[in-house]
Design a protein around this ligand. Structure first.
Ligand code: ATP
Ligand code: MG
Length: 504
């Protein structure tokens, strides 16, 4: 039985936790929810010995424990799947899964790799990871890396398993599989602490939920006693707003971007589509279905072996992200801020200004710091980025606030074509509403052309008015959602069902 008592933790600029007490029972899934910056990850890190609290105590089986490092937690069979993806890129899938257990495979001074690989394969299969266990991790997608981290935690037979947004990079299928696993694990008496912004998951898997707001515990309740609306109310102190977006008037002229017969050996074969001015075009599909991979080709980050991209009717020659951005005003908001989106050690304002440097450069070639700060302040306010000032390093922000900085960066670049990949992963419900409204306005008001890649069905149906369904590196279906000629937009159930049919 794990108890935390009167935990308080401050950072230089903020009190992250304020007198928080929660009991966690064996055999329960205990969800922790709250807005970005509410203190969820800080609480997890205290339970794991990564941070020490300023006041209060952690008790295990009735006795106070003092953890000074994550290793101390591991020794007590407390295990964390952190919000950040932490893998060793050059090592294999098997090595990454068995990372903290390699010594168990030592016999006569030799490591038994065959047995490591076999055992790792078992855990990989459990989480539905299809990559070969002998493959280096560097080449894998964010989702696959996330599954490796979960497999690693499962293989350690923890008695307290903490999962900080484990599903943020996963698809529906992988998520369902994980939730099923968690139910099984709790049946074995394990305490699962589960952090997620996706309340559907919380409702599906949790037995109890604790809500944090601004570092304070608002309450702990059995899940059966709460509705989703009540949880949101506890989290944000008001009711959620629903957007109810209408039809989108798309320019009927020639397409802004057209991909013709894109091929890449072993992956894409003759893929074509068109994007119009003022359109939000959805790319829906499972992780690994080719959506992000196609985006990478479009922006010049990956090569193509055949086909052409036309922008404004002219054949485009895009060899790099810089070409994409500066020659064609096409930007890509990364799906994975930790891996390629942000420089964590640099201030917020530097991160936001990176793509704007070309514009902010004065005639002496130096970047005008004042302009940079002003731009950053503007976006911090608009996106409600929670930080003390634009000089704070991105690495010290909460996960969701980092995602907001990543979006601000591309908005600041004034692109005409924006490819937005999984924009609301890890952001809280209030910020999600805001980002949706923002994407909508970019298309509707400013006439930007947007490709929205999302695995979040409500998000894609709500925003995109035409949806391309991806499967195995091909476009297998197109679903229209717009109310043509004044007709109302089709309903969610109807559209999501049609999308589902293409995936079946
Ligand atoms: N190492 C740190 N240095 C300075 N401030 C920090 C540090 N870690 C967290 N904070 C601050 O503490 C507060 C709580 O952050 P925390 O990461 O616990 O939030 P969270 O609830 O996990 O949010 P999210 O949903 O965005 O992940 C935030 O204001 C954050 O900026
Ligand atoms: Mg967090």
């Amino acid at each position: 039985m794990l108890q935390i008592r009167h935990i308080t933790k401050s950072f230089p600029s903020v009190r992250a936790l304020d007198d928080v007490s929660v009991d966690f029972a064996p055999g329960e899934v205990h969800a922790i929810v709250g807005e970005n910056g509410a203190g969820k990850s800080t609480l997890n890190k205290i339970i794991c010995g990564i941070y020490t609290p300023d006041a209060g105590e952690v008790r295990l089986d009735g006795a106070t424990i003092h953890l000074h490092a994550y290793k101390d937690a591991l020794d007590r069979k407390i295990n964390l799947v952190s919000q950040e993806i932490q893998v060793i890129p050059k090592s294999t899938v098997a090595e990454n899964i068995m990372l903290d257990k390699l010594d168990r495979y030592l016999a006569g001074g030799r490591i038994d790799w065959r047995r490591i690989n076999a055992d790792a394969a078992r855990y990989a299969e459990m989480v539905d990871l299809t990559a070969p266990v002998t493959q280096p991790v560097a080449v894998l997608s964010a989702a696959q890396k996330q599954l490796i981290m979960i497999a690693r935690a499962l293989s350690s037979d923890a008695r307290i398993l903490i999962m900080d947004e484990p599903t943020s990079a996963l698809t529906r299928h992988e998520t369902d599989n994980l939730l099923q696993l968690l139910r099984r694990i709790k049946g074995e008496g394990v305490t699962v602490i589960f952090v997620s912004h996706k309340l559907e998951e919380v409702l599906a898997v949790a037995d109890r939920v604790s809500v944090l707001r601004d570092g304070s515990l608002i309450g702990t309740q059995p899940i059966a006693r709460l509705t989703k609306e009540q949880i949101v109310q506890m989290m944000i102190g008001r009711d959620a707003r629903t957007l109810g977006l209408g039809a989108l008037t798309v320019d009927a002229g020639p397409p802004v971007l057209e991909a013709r017969g894109i091929s890449q050996t072993g992956r894409f074969h003759n893929v074509s589509f068109a994007l119009h001015r003022g359109e939000i075009l959805g790319f829906y599909g499972l992780v690994g279905s080719g959506r992000t991979e196609l985006a990478q080709i479009l922006i010049g980050e990956d090569r193509k072996d055949g086909g052409e991209v036309y922008i404004e009717g002219k054949r485009a020659n895009i060899q790099s992200m810089a070409d994409s951005l500066f020659k064609y005003r096409m930007g890509y908001v990364s799906e994975n801020r930790k891996e390629k989106g942000l420089i964590l050690s640099a201030p917020i304002q530097t991160n936001i200004a990176i793509t704007v440097w070309e514009r902010l450069r004065d005639r002496f070639g130096s970047i005008r710091l004042a302009a940079e700060t002003a731009t950053a302040r503007d976006f911090m306010q608009k996106l409600e980025i929670r930080a003390t000032d634009p000089g704070q390093t991105v690495g010290s922000l909460s996960g969701g606030n980092q995602q907001k900085v990543s979006i601000a960066k591309w908005l600041a670049a004034h692109c005409d074509i924006l490819i937005i990949d999984e924009p609301t992963i890890g952001v809280d419900i209030g910020a999600k509403e805001y980002i949706h409204q923002l994407i909508w306005n970019l298309a509707k008001v400013e006439g930007k052309s947007i490709i929205l890649i999302s695995s979040d069905m409500p998000e894609i149906v709500n925003l995109a008015r035409r949806i391309l369904v991806f499967k195995d590196f091909a476009i297998v279906g197109e679903v229209r959602n717009n109310g043509e000629n004044g007709a109302p937009v089709r309903g969610y159930d109807e559209v999501s069902k049609e999308i589902g049919q293409y995936l079946a």
